[in-house]
Design a protein. Structure first.
Length: 541
């Protein structure tokens, strides 16, 4: 492939970073693989004067670990042997402190209830770099504490610090950041000279080769047919259902799972070497940020998420060389209109509770004060104010809820005209891609090649034989053992009956097996009576 139409972050910014002033806000939209970490490590950090310090805030624990290792190596400091020792390190070379949005939120929360609790003095840093800053808004729909980090990092004004926001998915959080800068300016807090600097590397996902599926079974069969040494990265949305299926199909020797809190050899291998060892790595949303996989054998990525930000972050875990990109097969689900209707109904229930809180607080408290177990379904939208004891609405959660409702309604409307592929085309649009004939790339009724070969050989051994009732039953049992799902879909088969000859021959055509099963009759004496006996024969086409 040709070089991707992208800029390196360092090239996009040039020497501008040397001109950033105290109180300035910087937004960098950088597609994964365009060198944002390189810019931080080799441009920004190297430009710091001896007395200046930089705070680097990131999202996931695994991203913190990877960044710490990079920086320890940069400053020629020893790298701990264990993850626990690595996690204890917070400041490196007395120059850069690495933390997370979660840690900032937790410290702020503790300080609200304990005046002696340690506080996070953000203002002491000359640079506040917020990597994967989309977290500040994206996680507001399920993480109530995200509001603390948002208020601290976006809403508050630090006149002696430069704020740097970085993300591959800036589109949702950009407006709130700029709104707060303008709000502070309009309030006359001395921010008149502060500037907003925006940079972009551009986007180019032309290295993606898309495929679509309706059920996980199709993906499992595709992997079973993959005899190469290529690897698979699968992001699942339902850990109980999807992981169980994959594990049953391939076993622990061939697949492993990374979810929240996971510490295993695969994760260590990714952090240390950028590669995983087994053929299949299954992940939850816990690994959608920051971790970089630089494994040339990773050629296949399956993404089963619902929203744009998570989708692009998951795809970005595979590090692409923008100068010499390699093609990646991307498998995405079609989804159904009814699935989005179900999601919308759940969101609207939350909206009703939000409206109740806004319009009739007496009824709201009556409902929840005595039945706290019901509160867990909406606790991402509300919190109890420390000073007043009253329940308040979480503004980020409210905004997140409205955005999710709008998106669900938008996709449902799309399904009205594009009944099969509305969500497919929406996902492709996030990557700047399109598909005028989705049927061509749809994986459906994927045959397992080994099973087809086994059936072919089985029929070959029956060539020339007369198959009477017993042998016919054995043949049907042999075929339905591996192909029952497909047989049940073939037109003409009654669900409560065994497949007949017509259905079996349809299956052979679908499997591209060069045989046909024919029915024949011979005369045979049974109990002294001459009768016509029916038998089957396997013949070459």
């Amino acid at each position: 492939m040709n070089k991707l139409n992208l800029k390196w972050v360092s090239d996009s910014i040039g020497d501008d970073y040397k001109k950033w002033g105290k109180g300035d806000t910087v937004l960098i939209e950088a597609q994964t693989g365009t060198g944002k970490t390189y810019f931080i490590k080799n441009d920004l950090l190297d430009s710091l004067m001896s007395h200046e310090r930089l705070l680097l805030v990131c999202n996931r624990t695994n991203l913190k670990r990877q960044l710490k290792k990079d920086l320890l190596k940069k400053y020629n400091q020893p790298i701990p042997d264990t993850l626990n020792e690595l996690d204890e390190i917070t400041t490196i070379a007395n120059k850069v402190t690495i933390t997370s949005y979660h840690a900032i939120s937790n410290i702020i929360k503790e300080s609200l209830y304990d005046t002696n609790a340690p506080k996070y003095e953000i203002s002491q840093y000359d640079y506040i770099v917020m990597d994967e800053c989309h977290f500040l808004f994206a996680d507001g729909g399920f993480n109530n504490k995200a509001r603390f980090a948002f208020e601290e990092l976006v809403t508050k004004y630090y006149p002696f610090s430069i704020k740097v926001f970085i993300s591959a998915t800036m589109y949702e959080v950009r407006e709130p950041i700029i709104h707060n800068v303008n709000r502070i300016k309009n309030n006359g807090f001395g921010l008149d000279d502060a500037e907003i600097h925006e940079y972009s590397t551009g986007t180019d996902y032309s290295y993606v080769r898309q495929k679509y599926f309706k059920k996980m079974d199709s993906i499992i069969n595709v992997i079973k047919n993959d005899k190469s040494d290529e690897k698979w990265l699968i992001f699942i949305s339902d850990i109980e259902r999807d992981w169980k299926k994959i594990l049953e199909a391939f076993g622990e020797d061939n697949c492993s799972l990374i979810k929240s809190g996971t510490v295993n050899d695969e994760l260590n291998s990714i952090i240390n070497n950028g590669k995983f060892k087994k053929k299949i790595l299954v992940c939850t949303k816990a690994m959608d940020n920051g971790i970089n996989i630089k494994d040339e054998k990773l050629k296949n990525i399956v993404i089963m998420t619902w929203d744009r930000i998570t989708f692009i972050q998951m795809l970005g875990r595979k590090r692409i060389d923008i100068e010499n990109p390699e093609e990646v097969n991307l498998y995405i689900p079609t989804r159904y209109k009814k699935s989005f209707l179900s999601k919308l109904n759940g969101l609207l229930v939350k909206k009703e509770e939000l409206n109740l809180h806004q319009t009739n607080k007496t009824e709201f408290y009556k409902k929840y004060d005595n039945d706290l177990k019901d509160f867990k379904d909406v606790n991402d939208l509300f919190y109890r104010d420390v000073m007043t004891g009253k329940i308040k609405a979480n503004l980020i959660g409210m905004k997140r809820l409205d955005e999710d409702i709008k998106f669900a309604e938008y996709i449902i409307e799309k399904f009205e005209t594009d009944k099969k592929y509305a969500f497919i085309r929406e996902q492709l649009s996030w990557l700047g891609l399109s598909d005028s004939n989705c049927e061509v790339n749809l994986l459906e009724d994927v045959l397992i090649e080994d099973e087809v070969t086994t059936l072919d050989e089985f029929l070959k051994n029956l060539f020339g034989e007369k198959l009477f009732e017993k042998e016919q039953r054995e043949l049907k049992e042999f075929i339905t053992k591996d192909f029952d799902t497909m047989i049940s879909k073939l037109q003409g088969r009654h669900k409560d009956r065994e497949p007949g000859l017509k259905i079996l021959n349809k299956l052979l055509v679908i499997c591209d097996i060069p045989y046909i099963i024919k029915t024949n009759k011979i005369k045979k004496t049974v109990d002294g009576v001459r009768k016509n006996i029916t038998y089957w024969s396997v013949e070459e086409l």
